[in-house]
Ligand binder design. Structure first.
Ligand code: ADP
Ligand code: G6P
Length: 479
């Protein structure tokens, strides 16, 4: 069998492959870990499983040949420059992303974008159909590929299809704005099982099927009844997690611990090191956090070098206008605070617009006394779980927005509503001032939760739900 004709019992499809192809100025090609929580989680699930991953290699143009990486078979899908603009930056990240995140910024609606979304979803479905063995399990991910379940079902009625939503699923009042709402719901209903981060997300989906498609629903199940297709589809919550053991082991390595110490020293050994780590995205509440911190600086409740705030803002979706605006706003605010409150050798805010290796991230988490996670809306927020995982020393404190999926699991965090700037300031001060003994108790409880509900358990639960979904697909395989 030629390498490009291999067939797999487990096929994962996500917009991105776990690695992006990067070509340097002198033409040298290398592969770099792709950004975001989806890849962090699924990369550790798929490592050393004999499965295929169908996805985009992160640059416009022809797709590279399929290749093997850490036991996974990667099957790149090509996107043209136009498709990157209209399917990825346009429909996925300028239509769906804002609608699915409470319209924090306005959504754009363009019919041509949806045409490209359909076209690219079909290409993904065809690639999946090509690498899936007879009766395979197909696991589709996230909002970029919502038409894929229905398309795969048409092409390959023999496979079992699951879809997981890494981001929130919006209330029906918001979802209903989408002119393509019917096509999206019907696409998703091509799956045998649909997984969501929170119970409320699964309920929003079921309600949308009832109200917008007029389908019968019962509890977490939607009945699809068409002449050619009569099934029940279950939609339930399976919150995602991280590789607790792997990340904890990395944090414990002497090199990581030494680096954490070095980070603190190079920041002047502050009494309190506060840290934010986010993709530079308007959903993450970075501006609200900086505003609150700025007021604390102005009120002299915090002051460098006694308190130091490091904000890592990972570059993201840099050609989408809302992201360009956000970057200008955040960098303007950081500049303003530094101009006003920094002293020579002691900046008020250390701002880093870069990606880092995993060890550096673990060292930052280990070095930070307080992690600020203040999204206005976030499906889960794996950074919060990574922080508590790295704190094998039971040190540190987590400030956590109630609008994250993580809030529903990490009950011992210092919980904040980021819209309430006074409340946010109080949450930050409580995280700084609570006695260490009490903070250790809180951290211990949060660590237990993540250790017991790690990414392997999440994947096992998803796959069990998929395997035991209400009705088995028709047995016929394609000729
Ligand atoms: P999202 O998926 O919206 O980006 P998450 O918090 O769920 O948010 O996941 C972000 C992932 O990206 C985490 O695994 C985090 O460690 C990683 N990450 C974020 N910023 C950086 C960075 N600057 N360098 C390397 N990894 C990063
Ligand atoms: C979130 C989304 C992922 C996405 C990631 C990074 O985690 O749920 O689907 O891959 O952000 O965003 P990007 O647009 O760079 O892939």
């Amino acid at each position: 069998m030629s390498p490009s004709k291999r067939a797999f019992d487990l096929v994962v499809a996500a917009n991105r492959l776990p690695v992006d192809r990067v070509v340097s100025a002198d033409g040298e090609v290398s592969w770099r870990t792709s950004p975001g929580g989806l890849v962090t989680a699924m990369e550790s699930v798929m490592r050393d499983r004999d499965g295929a991953w169908v996805g985009w290699a992160g640059e416009a143009g022809e797709a590279p040949e399929p290749f093997e990486e850490q036991g996974m078979w990667l099957r790149p899908v090509a996107l043209s420059e136009d498709e990157v603009k209209q399917y990825y930056e346009g429909f996925s990240n300028d239509t769906l992303w804002p609608i699915y995140h409470d319209v924090i910024v306005g959504a754009s609606f363009h019919r041509q974008w949806f045409t490209q979304y359909e076209k690219v979803n079909r290409r993904f479905a065809e690639a999946i159909a090509e690498v899936a063995a007879k009766g395979a399990t197909v696991w589709v991910h996230d909002y970029q590929l919502q038409l894929v379940p229905g398309m795969v079902r048409e092409l390959r009625p023999d496979v079992r299809i699951g879809w997981f939503d890494h981001i929130p699923f919006p209330p029906v009042e918001l979802f209903a704005q989408l002119p393509w709402r019917r096509a999206i719901l019907e696409g998703l209903l091509g799956a045998d099982y649909l997984g969501f981060q929170r119970v409320a997300d699964a309920q929003n989906f079921v309600r949308a099927c009832r109200q917008l498609l007029g389908l019968q629903t019962r509890g977490d199940t939607v009945s699809v009844s068409r002449a050619d297709d009569s099934r029940r589809v279950r939609a339930s919550a399976v919150p995602i997690s991280i590789d607790f053991k792997g990340l904890e082991a990395l944090a414990k390595e002497p090199e990581t611990r030494a680096r954490a110490k070095e980070i603190r020293e190079s920041l002047g050994d502050p009494e309190t090191l506060l840290l934010g780590v986010d993709r530079l995205d308007y959903t993450k509440g970075i501006g609200h956090r900086i505003k609150a911190y700025g007021e604390l600086l102005a009120e002299d409740k915090v002051a460098p070098p006694r308190e130091v705030f490091v904000q890592v803002a990972t570059p993201s979706r840099e050609r989408v206008e809302a992201y360009q605006q956000l970057r200008a706003e955040i960098e303007g605010e950081v500049g303003r605070l530094n101009g006003e409150f920094s002293r020579i050798g002691a900046p008020a805010v250390q701002y880093l617009h870069h990606s880092y290796p995993r060890r550096e991230m673990a060292a930052l988490f280990l070095a930070a006394d307080v992690l600020l996670v203040t999204p206005l809306r976030d499906g889960m927020n794996l950074v919060a779980k990574e922080y508590v995982t790295c704190r094998y020393d039971e040190g540190g404190a987590l400030v956590l927005s109630e609008f994250t999926g993580a809030f529903h699991e990490l009950h011992q965090a210092f919980v904040v509503n980021p819209h309430d700037i006074e409340g946010l300031k109080q949450g930050i001060m409580r995280a700084i001032e609570t006695p260490d003994k009490e903070k250790r108790r809180l951290m211990r409880a949060m660590r237990r939760r993540v250790a017991d509900h790690d990414v392997q358990r999440w994947a096992a639960r998803f796959l069990e739900n998929l395997a035991s979904a209400p009705e088995r697909p028709a047995p016929a395989a394609p000729s």
